[in-house]
Design a protein around this ligand. Sequence first.
Ligand code: PA5
Length: 428
Amino acid sequence: MDVDIGNALASVASPGVSRDSLERLDEQVADAHERIEDGMANGEHGYEALNLPDRTDPDEIRRAVEPVADAEALVTVGIGGSALGAATITEALDSDTKTVYLDNVDPAWVTAELERLPLENTAINVVSRSGTTAETLANFLVVREAFEDAGVDWTERTIVTTGESGPLRDLSERHDLPSLKVPDGVPGRFSALSAVGMVAAAVCGHDLEALLEGATAEADTLSGSLFDCPAYAYGATSYALDARGAGMNAMVPYAESLETYSEWFAQLWAESLGKDDLGQTPLRALGVTDQHSQLQLYRAGPRDKVVTFVTPREADDRAIPDTEVDDLAYLGDATLGELLDAEFEATEASLAAAGRPNVRIELERVDEYELGGLLYGMEAACVLAGELYGVNTFEQPAVEWAKKATRGLLGGGEFEEADAVAEKTELR
Ligand code: PA5
């Protein structure tokens, strides 16, 4: 990926960051890079995720999905980091395999999603690092029951990805299901390039090697200076802008296929950096759709945002047909792709003209290689930003608090978090 921070500089944007400040920040980037390199070399929790391009074995993943390689549809049951990486990859790329992601436990929605699936030819991909997440386990039990009701043997069609032990591991061993292990030291939201994100990609027939090669190419750019490393340029600029008042980061891909990527980014940024009263709030948007809604705020609202564009240089195109109306002749001379590009250029220029900081991330195209680079690059950007904020990027105590409270409230164990919820409810 290429990162252009020109429209985030103080000479053109407010808030903006001056070249001098970035040069001073680069000394901290060099120190942070040393810590990141040490963490990677020692396989420390979290930093280990940046080693995944070297550690993930595509053959092992393909072997595990072999029994369901011909599935017409794939239902992935997982939530947060156990779903969004896989969804980002499979939603971005074309495949004949229909994919459904069951993360929410809204009963009407779960039922409707299951009804849309050809269960007799659907594979099940259950993913939970801890193996204890109530939403995932509950949805898996519901999916299992739906298969049984339809007379389909779910044990023949299920692949499990989980940690070494836990209830989901027990379940998979009890039924002798093909299973993969979530690698040690890799938090959920940093696991897209492991089996967690790649089982779905394998069932959909995507090129796993290319995903990892793209990530490796990005890993090769990690260096002690933000001026030599696109990922660090992004992480450091976002951090510096936040310190100057841009407390929100709107992620705006100009490709429908990357809509889920914004969701993935939002989780990565929020759950990793939102600690100790610090962190930049991610916003999700899509070009061109949100030009007709959120853009007004981004250009003329409070000066508290940076807008990040992601744009592929090449994409399939389609001509706009000629029309009998003279005023529309300009459209007939163009293609939808040219219109999309013009909308992007206009939006970027309009924000720049209004002095609103924005950053452009360019991909060659949306394919496995470029996606691997984008996912890895943004993870590295996030790790770097976490070092600069001085937060623990790889923990998520607030998320864990709510998970324990939920289990406790349902009688799934003794948790003080559940007692705290019960006390609050009594006070109402
Ligand atoms: O990034 C994270 O740690 C979380 O978003 C988890 O991925 C999410 O809570 C699901 O957890 P698990 O994989 O244990 O089911």
